[in-house]
Design a binder for this molecule. Structure first.
Ligand SMILES: Cc1ncc(COP(=O)(O)O)c(C=O)c1O
Length: 388
């Protein structure tokens, strides 16, 4: 037998959280009371009314058959109405909405629709969510990294992309509110993106996974709100963080109908859609009065304030995020991302993610996720105070 793995698997970078989980397991095995601020997975359960809708739906034999891979018409309708209420978008549920099995699935599969070979370039933000590059690699394309730098408010500098690269680019990934930097983008940035995409004929994929996780009254925009965006792009939405549903695996992609149709074609050949009982529960979430989202924001605001004030109080340079549940913290002088995250794990029992794990320009930062209670965050700050 020849079990030699494919080049595409061999070329994969180690998946960031596998490494983190290993280090955490080592610390737990040593008996350390670990505070895990590593992976962005909410600790709060899915709201009861969503769970209840799922319980009813799971008993419905109509949902025990193969689903349609693009999603139930009622799910696509609920997603369109959500986007209308939230962003003022008019979307045709049939041609401009596709249900996905978590946005990660769609992000990973999307390049299969447009990338042929290494000549095709995908523009990927760095530091960034690792799957933009991984999907490119699986589709056989070439990643061109767009650095997100503090001096540019963690927005890519489109003028810095060489024109020969832009000419070969087929897809550009963007993600605001951003993981890991928590930066946000406004209409003026998206307008520049639309102009750039039109000039070079690039499909824009905006990942809006954190659109609802916002603070202090900030409302994150949809990329599709700006004129011309629907001519060039689509937007990826996720119910994972909005409704504490990371385990349920459901999201949707909206926007340009030709692009949506290509994504549906890929998906119909790869998967058979999400269990319709999960879609039914997601409909309950999307059609609800969104008071559960307000409650989620209240909890994370308290946690954010506790952590950011605490870190600043002990002299760390922590950005105060207006969205996402990530705090992007500069490492102290003399440290690297790796040395500081190792120090805080070994000396303080705190797991955080080294910024360079999201890409080289993340060097000099760590990312802390607000996925434990305010009490535990206070404890984390106390422990850090002890070692600094
Ligand atoms: C930026 C970003 N996009 C997409 C995802 C994937 O979310 P989902 O649970 O919908 O697959 C995540 C998850 O952490 C993320 O951080």
């Amino acid at each position: 037998m020849n079990f030699e793995k494919s080049q595409r698997l061999k070329r994969l970078p180690p998946y960031l959280f596998v490494e983190l989980d290993r280090k955490k397991a080592e610390a737990v095995a040593k008996g350390v009371d670990v505070i895990d601020l590593g992976i962005g997975d909410p600790d709060i359960p899915t709201p009861d009314f969503i769970v209840e809708r799922m319980k009813e739906a799971v008993a419905n034999p109509a949902y025990h058959r193969y689903p349609s891979s693009q999603g139930m018409p009622r799910f696509r309708q609920a997603a369109a109405v959500f986007c209308k209420k939230r962003f003022g978008l008019e979307l045709d549920p049939d041609s401009e909405v596709c249900c996905v099995i978590g946005s990660k699935e769609a992000i990973a599969h999307f390049p299969l629709a447009y990338i042929n070979d290494l000549e095709d370039v995908v523009l990927v933000p760095t530091p960034g969510y690792p799957v933009y590059h991984i999907g490119t690699l699986f589709a056989g394309g070439t990643t061109y990294y767009m650095p997100l730098l503090a001096e540019n408010d963690f927005l890519p500098d489109l003028d810095a992309i060489p024109s020969d690269v832009a000419k070969k680019a087929k897809i550009m990934w963007l993600n605001y509110p951003n993981n890991p930097t928590a930066a946000c983008a406004d209409h003026s940035f998206f307008e520049k993106v639309v102009a750039f995409a039109k000039e070079y004929e690039i499909i824009v994929c905006h990942d809006n996974a954190y659109s609802e996780m916002t603070y202090d009254g900030y409302r994150a925009p949809s990329f599709l709100e700006v004129p011309g965006a629907r001519d060039v792009g689509v937007e990826f939405h996720s119910l994972s963080k909005t409704y504490n549903m990371t385990g349920w695996r459901i999201g949707f992609v909206v926007g340009n109908s030709q692009i949506i149709s290509a994504l549906k074609q890929v998906k119909s050949n790869v998967d058979s859609g999400q269990f319709e009982a999960v879609q039914e529960a997601a409909i309950a979430a999307l059609e609800s009065d969104q008071s559960c989202v307000d409650e989620m924001r209240r909890i994370y605001t308290e946690r954010r304030d506790t952590l950011v004030e605490g870190l600043r109080g002990i002299g760390l340079d922590a950005a105060n995020p207006k969205a996402t549940f990530y705090v992007w913290v500069k490492v102290p002088e003399g440290h690297t991302s790796a040395s500081f995250s190792s120090l805080v794990l070994e000396e303080a029992g705190i797991v955080c993610t080294p910024g360079n794990g999201f890409g080289d320009p993340g060097e000099g930062y760590i990312r802390m996720a607000l996925t434990v209670s305010a009490e535990r965050l206070k404890e984390a700050v106390e422990r850090l105070k002890g070692i600094l």
